[in-house]
Design a protein around this ligand. Structure first.
Ligand SMILES: [Zn+2]
Length: 198
């Protein structure tokens, strides 16, 4: 799969971000997000040993994550993003993107129901200020992502279960994530290194 040209640059306020190196048309694949596959146990071990930030891995299944490579993990969140993630980890354009624009996606769209939260200062008109898991998305926003196909395969199944009332909270995973949450408390809850868009 051909990845679009992307460049890592310093943003004005919030550290590094990823920018479009060329114009990208709506619906086009921006990048197949990449990194090593890991289980939730590997993920927790890495965070506890300081090798990983809790916001860095991408969940791709109920118990499976990928440990993002540098470019993938540098892509910032926005409450009004120009990209979304579909299939397993395919980043694609939600609208036409101009060369030089910062590439963003909505972190809430990829976070299964947990205790996760992060402060946001993305500056968009609809900024939610504190972002949480997928179920915290305003109805309109969720419907917009659904219409545009901006949910991962496993997340679509999960949302169907939630709507049908058959979703079971994964107790084991929640317990592990909560233990991390405590560790990060007092520091934007669990967001140690702010990765907010400028
Ligand atoms: Zn925001």
């Amino acid at each position: 799969m051909k990845n679009k040209k992307l460049v890592i640059k310093q943003t004005r306020k919030y550290g590094k971000g990823v920018f479009a190196g060329e114009d990208i048309k709506k619906g086009k694949v921006v990048r197949e997000l990449s990194g090593e596959r890991m289980t939730i146990d590997d993920f927790i071990r890495k965070v506890n040993s300081g090798k990983e930030n809790i916001n860095d891995p991408l969940q791709i299944g109920r118990r499976t994550y990928i440990d993002y490579d540098e470019l993938s993990r540098t892509i910032n969140h926005s409450c009004d993003p120009n990209c979304g993630i579909r299939k397993v980890k395919e980043l694609f354009a939600l609208r036409d993107i101009k060369k030089g624009e910062q590439i963003t996606y909505d972190y809430s769209s990829i976070i299964a129901p947990t205790v996760w939260q992060m402060k946001c200062k993305c500056g968009s008109k609809n900024c939610r200020k504190i972002i949480k898991d997928v179920l915290s998305l305003p109805k309109k926003q969720r419907e917009k992502y659904q219409k545009l196909g901006a949910f991962q395969t496993y997340m679509k199944v999960l949302l169907k279960e939630v709507d049908a009332g058959t979703y079971k909270t994964p107790k084991y995973e929640i317990r592990l994530l909560e233990s991390l949450n405590k560790r990060y408390e007092g520091d934007t809850k669990i967001n140690k290194r702010s990765r907010l868009s400028s």
